[in-house]
Design a protein around this ligand. Sequence first.
Ligand SMILES: Cc1cc2nc3c(=O)[nH]c(=O)nc-3n(C[C@H](O)[C@H](O)[C@H](O)COP(=O)(O)O)c2cc1C
Length: 303
Amino acid sequence: MQKNILVIYYTQTGQLEDIVKKIAEPFENKDGYQITYYPIRLKKDFPFPWPSDVFFETFPESYLQIPQEILPPPEDVLNKKFDLILFGYQVWYLTPSIPIISFLKSGYAENILKNTPIVTISGTRNMWMFSQEKLKVYLNNMQAKLIGNIALVDRHDNYTSVLTILRWLTTGKKEKSTWLPAAGISNKEIAESIKYGKIIKKHFDNNNFQHLQTELVSNGAVEIRPFLVRVEKVGNKIFTIWSNLIIKKKEKRPLLIKFFKVYLMTAIWIISPIVLIFHILLAPILRSKRLKEKKYLQGINLK
Ligand SMILES: Cc1cc2nc3c(=O)[nH]c(=O)nc-3n(C[C@H](O)[C@H](O)[C@H](O)COP(=O)(O)O)c2cc1C
């Protein structure tokens, strides 16, 4: 009997589309499988490249998961029962992006995702860990079955990737320049991500997903950098305060967004190196706690 596979994603730069298509490749043009691609579309999409003010303007709604209207998914997505879903998403401000949240809150999502095995696939700069926790809650509430997770990131150091991603997102320039490497996830890593598709297919064909995530992790699908976990935790606390303040004080919004931008740059370039020093100093004391946390974040369960 034919197996139906649905690939859901949103992308501005094309990066996430390249990733999900590579991972879906082992199912492509094979007897017994039919793949449907569903790119989420907003009624009014975000610009790319981003004008710098729009990029920062998007912060409060993004972080507070305020949805926008999406175009209805095509009939062949709405009327078919799928056997497996590959769910591609990116992170905006430590949260699944507005287009992804808009789909999840659209009323279409539950019908599509309910009772279906799902592998989540993120393509981000490097801070996706607590977005995945936020996504797990949505999937759990819709009774979708999370069976695997793959997190592709920019492997450069945190500071280099901030510089290259800001250049990429605000000018569209992804390629390397005299001083900086290319932005985003490397072409090599995207090309090699076909290996995750092969692993998924093997477990899918055996009709047993019990050890899927363990095999994905042992093949490099989920790297956890403990320092970034710390930064994300602090970041989520501070973003909660900023986003609520900006939303509440409507009349002061332009000014507050300007302050937020200055704050964000200070946090990245001045506060985070200080956090890094403490992180290193506390390493011997927090070793086992961090190991436990790493294991949890590499997994698919929800605390
Ligand atoms: C507004 C905005 C905020 C972003 N915030 C984060 C973030 O918090 N963490 C992260 O790892 N990447 C972040 N990114 C990078 C995206 O997750 C993604 O990798 C990048 O935008 C590539 O675009 P695409 O997936 O739409 O093609 C952000 C991007 C945008 C546009």
